[in-house]
Design a protein around this ligand. Structure first.
Ligand code: ZN
Length: 214
């Protein structure tokens, strides 16, 4: 099996694809967000430092992330999916160093290529039932409730949890694309980048992901 880096813009479905990979293959999911959250519960100097930074919404510096990532990569024995890291070229070169030290490689970098409009509909259309937590989407036909704004099962009003409006989402999306371009070029030059363009449904996307892995 191949070690994977997953890169995708907001609302591209990366979370779902990661879950499918973990369910269907024996992958270890490594997310730097999870590593930080786990570490902050440890009663150690580093744990307390992370807790403080996260509580204040401050950026955690690369040295700390590097340390956590090295620890995690040292402790695992099956193939991994790296999710949410690297985010920029500096982190990519840090990762290269760690992998080299540990005699590991990343085999493929998968990018889910969703367009801004599709991503926006997914993100902003997402509504859920406060009672049963079922998720609907007011823009996507297959995911619409039978009666607008009402849960099919519970007959209660659906709620939206998005902090974004159209404008803020599009801006966030555009910034992501701009910032990520150098990273994609970096892995493309190494011959490791695979771009998946079929991202309409999770199953369709997963078929493409499987082709890359098998
Ligand atoms: Zn419900």
């Amino acid at each position: 099996m191949k070690n994977i880096i997953f890169i995708a813009p907001p609302a591209a479905g990366k979370g779902t694809q990661s879950e499918l990979l973990i369910e269907n293959y024996n992958y270890i999911h490594i997310s730097t967000g999870d590593l930080l959250r786990e570490k902050q519960n440890e009663n150690s100097e580093l744990g307390n430092k992370i807790k403080h930074l996260l509580a204040k919404g401050l950026l955690v510096d690369d040295d700390i992330i590097t340390k956590l990532l090295r620890e995690k990569l040292t402790s695992i024995s099956s193939p991994f999916i790296l999710d949410g890291y690297p985010r920029n070229l500096n982190q990519a070169s840090i990762l290269d160093k760690i992998l080299e030290e540990l005699n590991l490689t990343v085999d493929v970098v998968i990018y889910l290529n969703v367009d801004s409009d599709t991503a926006m509909k997914r993100a902003l259309g997402r509504i859920s039932c406060p009672n049963c937590n079922r998720i609907y989407n007011k823009y996507i036909k297959e995911k619409m409730p039978k009666v607008e704004g009402i849960c099919d099962c519970c007959n209660v009003s659906l709620v939206s949890r998005s902090d974004d409006n159209e404008e803020s989402f599009k801006e966030r999306f555009a910034t992501y694309i701009e910032n990520t371009k150098p990273l994609l070029d970096y892995y493309d030059n190494k011959g490791k980048l695979v771009i998946i363009n079929k991202v309409d449904t999770p199953n369709e996307t997963f078929e493409e992901v499987k082709k890359v892995i098998d």
